[in-house]
Design a protein around this ligand. Structure first.
Ligand code: FES
Ligand code: FES
Length: 180
């Protein structure tokens, strides 16, 4: 009996994942540059070299890996890279030197009690969380700042200085609607 020519369904190649990082679009081929389970933190650090974000706990408990996704703070260790497809990511490397939060953290660095950073390991995460907070609420109260930063851990215990830095940054932050 003649063999029937069975037509296999053609494999449809999925389009590459496109992510804007710090103002530049990047394309990632599925199966070559990333797998379905690749985390956003891995992609940013290991594929693109944005090592400002830190992967400390890798389970959503410390905030060290925080970046902005479309202006909102997210834990990049808890996001899949494919979830960022078509979206904008901002890492600490994408902030200008005169960013109010960067400036406030730098100013709040007198030694001893009051400093916003000692070892600095947690700092990028706090800075990006603060950016996300100020994007949503440009003039937060101290209580709102503490609440907003509560997902970030600082092993050096600089919490008071960090909160003060964010307060100062908020004084220098012009709300979106008031920008000239
Ligand atoms: S490394 Fe992502 S929350 Fe700790
Ligand atoms: S400054 Fe060292 S962990 Fe925060």
């Amino acid at each position: 009996m003649a063999k029937k020519n069975v037509k296999r369904p053609r494999e449809v190649k999925k389009p590459p994942v496109r992510i804007m990082v710090n103002g530049a679009w990047h394309e990632f081929e599925r199966g070559r540059d990333l797998e379905p389970e690749t985390t956003l933190s891995f992609l940013l650090r290991e594929k693109l070299g944005y090592t400002g974000l830190k992967v400390s706990c890798d389970e959503g408990a410390c905030g060290a890996c925080t970046v902005l996704l479309d202006g909102r703070a997210v834990l990049s260790c808890m996001k899949l890279a494919v979830q960022a497809d078509g979206h904008e990511i901002l890492t600490i490397e994408g902030l200008p030197e005169d960013d109010p939060v960067i400036r406030a953290f730098a100013d709040q660095c007198e030694p001893g009690y009051g400093t916003a950073l000692q070892c600095g390991f947690c700092t990028p995460g706090f800075v990006m969380t603060a950016k996300g907070l100020l994007n949503e609420n440009p003039k937060p109260t101290l209580a709102e700042i503490k609440e907003g930063l509560s997902g970030n851990i600082c092993r050096c215990g600089c919490y008071a200085g960090i909160a003060r830095a964010v307060q100062h940054a908020s004084e220098d932050t012009v709300p979106e609607g008031e920008k000239k």
